[in-house]
Design a protein around this ligand. Structure first.
Ligand code: NAI
Length: 269
């Protein structure tokens, strides 16, 4: 029987979440996605109108089917946590049951259970500010949206200095990598669930464009990494499908680099 995957953080066909969904679908998984509430409308409309059809094509020529799109805001656990201004916001008021606990309940009602959970989202409201100038609000918001889950996406800025990756996002990724280890232990002992994170190289996604230095990072990687090529989202998607599959049955608590090897370099050459 095919596995069922929930991928949180898909709102267009440019990011890692979409590529991971495709690789999992190509491997036979059923796909559910969680889409950030403010982006839901445009994502669903674009899907319906066939805007993503070209990017939905799988290696066997068929189109990836998304069984269901769930509205999600990963920074709220339950309705009590949602501030009034967000509740009243037009883009939120049109949807319901989008806090984390409600989504879990709805998925349970719809499908009973899932086999694979992917966290492919991040949000650092002050990502363009240096850490020194980051407010408490911005820092905590970055950590709140950007940590957690059984397979997630991280970035080398957690362990090495990447100027420009600000607003507490470097801290959020460090927390994410540490949590990956502790959760691997806890979930492994309790339920034999594996928890890993992929440290991905630079990709021109919507989120990355907002940071403002993505083209420079891509050029830097091509110039300096052991493998001198642009990284495709598909390469990260394939690594995610591997990690979620029984082929990776002994891999847990790991940070797996999918970055053309850039992390291994000590100096640029
Ligand atoms: P993306 O823009 O495709 O994905 C980020 C998603 O997060 C968006 O769909 C956005 O709507 C969603 N999101 C933001 N706040 C949310 C919230 N509160 N609740 C629910 N969804 C929310 O961009 P990308 O780059 O593919 O990001 C996916 C993951 O990959 C992130 O964790 C990112 O940090 C990580 N990553 C990206 C790299 C890159 O160069 N693009 C490099 C290394 C890691």
């Amino acid at each position: 029987k095919g596995k069922r995957a929930f991928i949180a953080g898909v709102a267009d066909d440019n990011g890692y979440g979409w590529a991971i969904a495709k690789s999992l679908a190509a491997a036979g998984a059923e796909i559910l996605v969680g889409t950030w509430v403010p982006a839901l409308n445009i994502f669903e409309t674009s899907l319906r109108r066939g805007k993503f059809d070209e990017s939905r094509v799988l290696p066997d020529g068929s189109l990836m089917e998304i069984t269901k799109v769930y509205p999600l805001d990963a920074v709220f656990d339950s309705p009590e946590d949602v501030p009034e201004d967000i509740k009243a916001n037009k883009r939120y008021a049109g949807s319901s049951n989008w806090t984390v606990k409600e989504v879990v309940e709805t998925v349970k009602q719809d499908f009973g259970s899932i086999d694979i959970l992917v966290h492919s989202l991040a949000n650092g409201p002050e990502v363009t500010k240096p850490l020194l100038e980051t407010s408490r609000y911005g820092y905590l918001a970055a950590i709140s949206a950007s940590s957690g889950s059984s397979l997630s996406l991280t970035y080398i800025a957690s362990e090495r200095i990447i100027p420009g990756y600000g607003g507490g996002m470097s801290s959020a990724k460090a927390a994410l990598e540490s949590d990956t280890k502790v959760m691997a232990f806890e979930a492994g002992r309790k339920r034999r669930i594996r928890v890993n994170t992929i440290s991905a190289g630079p990709l021109r996604s919507r989120a990355a464009k907002a940071i403002g230095f993505i083209d420079m990072m891509i050029d830097y990687s091509i110039a300096n990494a052991p493998l001198q090529k642009e990284l495709s989202a598909e390469e990260v998607g394939n690594a995610a499908a591997f990690l979620a599959s029984p082929l990776a049955s002994a891999i847990t608590g790991a940070v797996v680099y999918v970055d053309n090897g850039l992390n291994a370099m000590g100096v640029g050459v």
